[in-house]
Structures are given as C-alpha cells and as structure tokens.
Design a protein around this ligand. Structure first.
Ligand code: SAH
Length: 468
C-alpha cells in the first residue's frame, strides 16, 4: 500500500487520465445512434471514425478533432494496429476519445481488439453498444428477424473477407498466406452442415462470396427455395433491396449491380417483406431532391421531404447578408414610431430587423403604436414569436397586390405613412401601389441583401449531369 504522500506525488507527475469510448454509430440512419452515444460525441475532444459510421453524426461534435481511419480509402487506410496505437496515444494524452464505429462495436467491428490494446496500455475505456446492421437493415427492408410463425433464433455470420475494400493490409496478407484455393476464405471455418439447418441466417460482408455461400448451404441440405434478400446501404436513403431464393439471389444481385456494404438475410421471414415493407414505400423513397433555398430557410422543407423518404441535397443558390451599410436601416428604425404601418414581406425581413434593432441599441418599443402588416402566414408567425407583436393585417393571398387591395379597402392608404422592411431585391409593386393610392410617405428600406451563393456542393454538378 503506498502512503498517501507517495500516491499524491505520483498522481501529480502523471498526465490527466484520458478515456476512450467505443461507441456504436448505428447502421446508417443518423437517428439510430443511442442517446448515450450522442452525449459522448457532444463532449468528446477527439473522434476517431470509420467508413461505415455516417459522417453526418459528426455534426454532434463540432468542438472535437475528427480523425478518419476508414478502410474504404484503401490507399490511405490505417492498419488495425495503427488504429489501436492511435487510440492508446490519444487516451494517454488525457483526452476524451470517442471511437465511432458503424453498427455495434463488437459485432464484426474489431472493437474487441481495440479494447485489448487499451487494456494492455492501461487506458480506461467504456463501450456503448449500437444497433447492428443486420437487425436494422432487415427492419428497414420490412423483414423482422424473428417471428413466431417462422423462427425462434437468428444467426449473425461473417461471409467475410474477400471484400478487399474492408480489409487492412494485415487481413490481406493473412488471406494471401492462406492461398487462394477453394477453402481459403474465412467462411471455410464455418460449420456448413450446422448452418444449413438454422432457420434464419444474416450474413455480413458476404456480397462477393454470396454465390459460394448459397451453394454451400444448398449442398448441405438447405431448401433451395428458401426466401433470401440482400440489403445494400440499409436504413439510409440509398437503401436497395434485392429479393429471391437461395438459388436465385446470387444472379439477381449480380444483375442488379448490388455492391457492398450489404447484409444478406436467408430464412422464411424474408417473405414477410411483402406486407411489412414500410421504409421503401414512403412516397418519395428513391427520389433525390435538391433544395435551393438559403441555408437558414431550407431545414424545415428538408426535414419534411426526408420524412417522406427523399434523399435531400441542400444547395442554396442565394445567401442572405446584412446590408453593407446600416445608415438607412438605423435611421428608419429610429423613426419607426412615426409611421402608421410597418410592413414585413418575409420571415427574413423580420429576423434581420430584430437583430438590427438590438444591435443598434433599440428594442421593439421603437415601433411605438405603428400597426403591423405581414405578407404570408410564416411572416405573421415570426412577427409573433420573434417580435412579440401580432400582425394587424395578413392578406388572404400572400402577395403584395393583395395587401395593397386589403389596405385600400380598409381606407388605410391615402394620407398614411408606410415603412417597408424588406430585401434589396423585393418587387417594387407594393411601393408603387401605395404611392399611386396616395400614401403620404412610403419608405422602402432593404434590411438584408441577397447574393448569389459562392459554392454548390462539390458533387452536385456531376450528379445533375449524370441525371441522378
Ligand atoms: N459493426 C458493424 C458491422 C461491421 S462489418 C455492425 O454492427 O453493423 C461491415 C459489414 O456490415 C458490411 O460489409 C455489411 O455487410 C454490413 N453493414 C454495415 N452497415 C450496413 C448497412 N447500412 N447496410 C447493409 N449492410 C451494412
């Protein structure tokens, strides 16, 4: 037992204790990470992630250093040993490390090897399980992995390893020394006669070896008519499913050009997909939609399109900026209470006005008793939520002409003073109508500017050219 004095001096010289969290990222859909996994991302110093963990999850850790160690980019790939070493070093340096791995860290994820390396180096670690691809991809393809009428067990198998994309150089070397004979692949350690009697098999990493897998199962007595399905990029907008039987699936996959990553499910439950295929039947599934609205405005539309199953690419063609010079805006805001009506024609106009009021040292009392008009329901809502004001007028049709008509009918134009807080490119028609109908003053002030967006997403022009 060290004395308390000894242990104090020892801990003073030690670096702060780091910790490595092996976190399952889930199968692809970013909603399928665990709450604990997300919390750990939010508090990480460094995140080490690979090919199958959805990179969109990194939006949970803007503060962290991120290190890609994916094995897909085979030329730059790190060996498993280098990854282990990296985790040990980061942990020893006292950092909070998240090792983000596709699916579950311990299901064919080599998480066990990483834990062993951390243990040997004396680095503390924790494991956060994730939803593994077989269960999730099957569920999103409308296939329950168990069903009382079909099977009471299911088996996760690695179809291995011939898929060079997922191999590091050690694995490739191992494979070469085994030779390339018929029994050389890792799936030859499997007990085929036992497997052929199991009711539901889920193969990971088995796309290229699928013809052999299916042939072996049939040779060992499995019914060649057993339903089978392969699911590529399961749970994502790119999900594709090919179904057949043990005897037809390999050719169908080849014909469909289905590539890794994919899960193959073999068993009677596959037939249930006919009634349970919810994900691929959403109305916009398989469609790719480009949303060209500004970043600030796109999210709502994007979320709704995604809910309907679309793959959405946000590619704003314009950007909104505050005016280069605030003189005109500030003058108008200081005199806002002198106007009879203040008109907003978009939620952006409201938002830029709100920010400028505060930045200019003013607040909503600058509006005095001026009445408020809004074009569009969304504008009226933002006036309420951001400015704590109710719009006095919100025309039935969301266009400038309708507002002018309704104001005119209410006898509210002639002799009145109007302040329009709008975009630099707003149509002149509202101002012109108000002036023509004898308004006393119309001050049209651009509270924000629209500029052409500088860059589109990198692969967008290619994808448009490719018609995809
Ligand atoms: N640890 C992971 C599996 C890693 S092995 C997990 O628990 O899911 C890599 C294999 O996982 C791939 O070859 C593929 O068979 C499968 N896989 C991972 N994500 C997938 C997805 N979204 N759709 C289909 N298969 C997937």
């Amino acid at each position: 037992m060290p004395t308390s004095l000894e242990s104090e001096s020892e801990s003073a010289s030690k670096p702060p204790a780091g910790v490595v969290y092996l976190v399952g990222a889930g199968p692809g859909d970013i909603g399928l990470i665990t709450v604990r996994g997300r919390e750990l991302l939010e508090r990480a110093d460094v995140v080490v992630y690979d090919y199958l963990s959805n990179p969109l999850l990194l939006s949970h850790c803007p503060q962290a250093e991120t290190i890609y160690v994916g094995k897909q980019a085979s030329r730059h790939s790190m060996t498993q040993q280098q990854i282990n070493q990296l985790l040990v070093e980061q942990g020893m340096a006292g950092r909070r490390v998240v090792r983000l791995k596709g699916g579950d860290p311990f299901v064919f994820g080599r998480g066990g090897e990483e834990c062993e390396a951390l243990h040997s180096a004396g680095v503390r670690f924790e494991v956060v399980p994730g939803i593994t691809a077989a269960i999730a991809a099957a569920a999103y393809a409308g296939i329950p992995v168990t069903h009382r009428d079909c099977n009471s067990s299911f088996t996760l198998v690695t179809g291995h390893e011939k898929e060079a994309e997922y191999q590091d150089s050690e694995a490739r070397a191992r494979q070469q020394t085994r030779g390339s004979g018929d029994d050389a692949d890792a799936s030859s350690d499997l007990d085929w006669s036992a497997m052929a009697r199991l009711p539901c098999l889920c193969f990971y990493m088995g796309v290229k070896s699928l013809p052999r897998i299916c042939a072996r199962l049939v040779e060992n007595g499995m019914d060649a008519a057993t339903p089978a399905a392969a699911i590529q990029w399961g749970t994502t907008e790119r999900q594709r499913t090919v179904t057949g039987t043990l005897s037809t699936l390999p050719d169908k996959i080849a014909a469909a050009g289905l590539k890794p990553p994919a899960i193959t499910i073999i068993g009677r439950v596959v037939a249930l997909r006919q009634t349970m295929n919810w994900f691929e039947q959403r109305p916009l599934f398989g469609k790719t939609i480009v949303v060209t609205r500004t970043r600030q405005q796109a999210s709502d539309l994007t979320a709704q399109l995604r809910d309907l199953g679309a793959q959405v690419i946000e590619a704003p063609t314009i950007e909104l900026h505050p005016p280069a010079d605030f003189t005109a805006v500030d003058d108008a805001l200081r005199r806002a209470a002198d106007y009879d009506w203040i008109i907003f024609t978009s939620p952006n106009g409201v938002e830029f006005t709100r920010r400028r009021l505060l930045d200019a040292g003013l607040d909503i009392r600058a509006f005095g008793n001026a009445r408020i008009a809004a074009i569009g329901e969304a504008t009226a809502r933002v006036i309420e939520s951001s400015l704590c004001l109710r719009a006095d007028m919100n025309p039935v049709r969301s266009v400038a002409e309708s507002l002018a008509d309704e104001l005119h009918q209410a006898g509210e134009i002639a002799g009145r003073r109007f302040l329009l807080l709008r975009a630099d490119i707003a149509r002149p028609i509202l101002r012109q109508r108000l002036e023509a109908l004898k308004a006393k003053e119309v001050l049209d002030v651009p509270v924000y500017e629209t500029r052409q967006a500088i860059a589109l997403p990198a692969d967008l022009p290619e994808r448009i050219d490719a018609g995809s």
